[in-house]
Write a protein of this length. Structure first.
Length: 585
């Protein structure tokens, strides 16, 4: 098979295969500057390492498998050898309901095979896609995955490449698409062996993680190709439907053709070649409509982006929290939720007291379909980056779910929220280097001590008990309070799937009105009404309605017209005409 590696600064490149005592030499590729190649005997599973200028053995930058972890030898993977059960036509993003899932804590076992056993639960819930948090190899056994270092490979303790393919194949048999969270903006602090091979990083720009990934300095053509090639591999060889791109605002690129535009062009090309829909979702805090605008209109061409403004507005409405970046949203109250539902962003070029400046730019609600924004009440970030990883309560989730699942956005749930999981989701790591692990623990505790937390109350990321506490408890859905919330989520998702008015992408067709601690949203014939407070409330209606779904059951219609909502009550109503006839969607 052909071995090839980019090492533009090397004078000599050799390869060790299957523990051979002698190394084989690679020769410069005359057609590609900086590339070295060799055609050598190897098979699926063969282990190999590169040796640069007589140095230590190093894993392949484009390794498809790291069976012994990030510091060990790479292994050959024959993607064509996997016995897929059936062709997959793909599932597009419009009309989707996503479910964010961390393989290492979705089950106590923390493996793809264990997660497969719970896919039936997701199919019954009604979601359409599983969004996997990063699965690239990282040091140790347990971690969030955002410290991955081998961007073409799969974390071995999860099950490696074969385990991931079994998971994807099983998801397809449940008619579930699969999306993968990928991290292009940095690599982990340990196990990163890219620098000896070439200029994968540049000191021209700096990020919160150190030197930036090289997207615009000398050598950046090959680095961009490295990242794009990994992205296409996930979509093609693992039969994924889409990718979620972590923190794209940290991708510093001054070139005329932005990396994200180049990536979206390549993904659209692969979609056409495979004959199935593929999509890219950005995490960005820029509030810039250009991220998802079509390329021919001057945009970057991604299909969607996370909408943290909606999350922040919703979170402050249900919790009354006002610290940090929640301050702007808390000051506006439920009106902030209403604005995001009708305008997409809250900070659409407006002043942000948290940032101390104007932020974002408005999107054209008449032109931007709502499914280009993901709406959610919880994510790994918004739970895990709290001091103790605490979640919303079942009462708070019941209110939030009514808005998320009837909103004009593409809804996304975080694993366990559908039953109001009582387990926290905390920040955890498993670094082998004791000094690095201790530094992470100190930094985490120092960060929250500045916000008033006692250091001993902040979980130690390196303590394995922190990860264990974060695993879902699958006995909970059978308990009354959790079962009732789960049925609420199932009913809302089923209603969304059945009623075209609830997947209508027109943002400018949404009406939302806030009053006190309540909110009413109109979408076609449907009215979603919620009470964020801990006291009963009356919400006026613009038209007579009938109740379609309500939580708790004590929600009731009033003359006027109006609706009585108990504390943390929520209802979805359908308008009736003057003759009392139900209005169709």
């Amino acid at each position: 098979m052909l071995f090839e590696v980019w090492a533009p600064g090397a004078r000599q490149v050799e390869i060790l295969i299957d523990g051979a005592t002698g190394a084989s030499a690679l020769t410069p590729d005359p057609a590609r500057a900086g590339w070295w190649v060799a055609d050598l005997a190897a098979r699926h599973g063969s282990r190999y390492s590169y040796v640069l200028d007589g140095g230590p053995p190093l894993p392949d930058p484009r390794s498809r498998r790291q069976p012994d972890g990030p510091d060990g030898p790479s292994a050959v993977v024959d993607h064509d050898a996997f016995p897929w059960q059936a062709p997959w036509p793909g599932r597009a993003l419009p009309g989707a309901v996503l479910y964010e899932l961390h393989v290492g804590t979705f089950t106590p076992e923390g493996t793809f095979d264990a997660a497969i056993e719970r896919l039936g639960h997701l199919a019954r819930l009604g979601v359409t896609h599983v969004e996997l948090m990063p699965v690239c190899p990282f040091p140790g056994r347990h971690g969030w995955g955002y410290e991955g270092v081998s961007l073409w490979a799969v974390h071995e303790p999860y099950g490696g490449p074969e385990g991931m393919k079994r998971f994807v194949d099983a998801a397809h048999q449940h008619s579930l698409g699969v999306v993968l969270d990928v991290v292009h903006n940095h690599l982990g602090p340990a196990g990163n062996h890219l620098p000896p091979f070439g200029p994968y990083f540049t000191d021209r720009h700096h990020t919160p993680w150190g030197d930036a990934v090289n997207l615009d300095a000398p050598g950046s053509d090959e680095v961009r190709d490295f990242l794009i090639g990994a992205s296409l591999q996930w979509l093609r060889d693992y039969r994924l439907d889409g990718l979620r791109l972590d923190a794209v605002h940290a991708l510093v690129d001054t070139r005329a053709l932005h990396f994200l535009e180049e990536l979206s062009t390549a993904v659209d090309g692969l979609s056409a070649a495979l004959g199935r829909p593929l999509f890219l979702i950005a995490e960005s805090d820029l509030n810039d409509p250009r991220t998802t605008a079509p390329r021919d209109a001057g945009g970057l061409g991604l299909q969607a982006q996370w909408n943290d403004d909606f999350h922040h507005a919703l979170h402050t409405a249900v919790t009354a929290e006002s610290q940090g970046y929640y301050a702007d949203f808390a000051a506006a109250g439920p009106a902030a939720v209403a604005k995001t539902l009708t305008h997409g962003f809250f900070h659409d070029g407006t002043w942000s007291s948290f940032r101390g400046r104007h932020h974002g730019r408005p999107l054209d609600a008449a032109m931007v379909p709502g499914h280009r924004l993901l709406g959610y009440a919880q994510t790994h970030d918004q739970i895990g980056n709290r001091a103790t990883g605490d979640r919303l309560t079942p009462d708070q989730l019941g209110v939030a779910a009514a808005l998320v699942l009837t909103s004009p956005f593409t809804p996304m749930l975080f694993m366990g929220e559908e039953w109001g999981a009582g387990t926290p989701w905390q920040f955890f790591t498993d670094h082998d280097d004791p000094e690095l692990g201790a530094a992470i623990t100190r930094g985490r505790r120092r960060e929250f001590a500045e916000h008033g937390w006692a250091e001993q109350d902040v979980p130690d990321p390196q303590d394995h008990a922190t990860r264990d506490r974060s695993c879902l408890d699958w006995a909970e859905p059978d308990k009354a309070v959790h079962r009732e919330l789960l049925e609420w989520y199932r009913a809302l998702i089923a209603l969304r799937r059945a009623e075209p008015a609830l997947t209508d992408p027109q943002l400018d067709a949404v009406e939302a009105t806030a009053g006190g601690r309540t909110l009413r949203m109109a979408r076609g014939p449907f009215r979603t009404v919620v009470n964020f407070s801990t006291t009963p409330a009356r919400v006026p209606l613009d038209v007579p309605c009938e109740v379609v779904l309500a939580r708790p059951a004590a929600c009731k219609l009033l003359p006027g017209p109006g609706v009585h909502l108990p504390p943390h009550g929520a209802a979805v109503l359908r308008a009736r005409d003057a003759g009392g006839v139900t209005v169709d969607g």
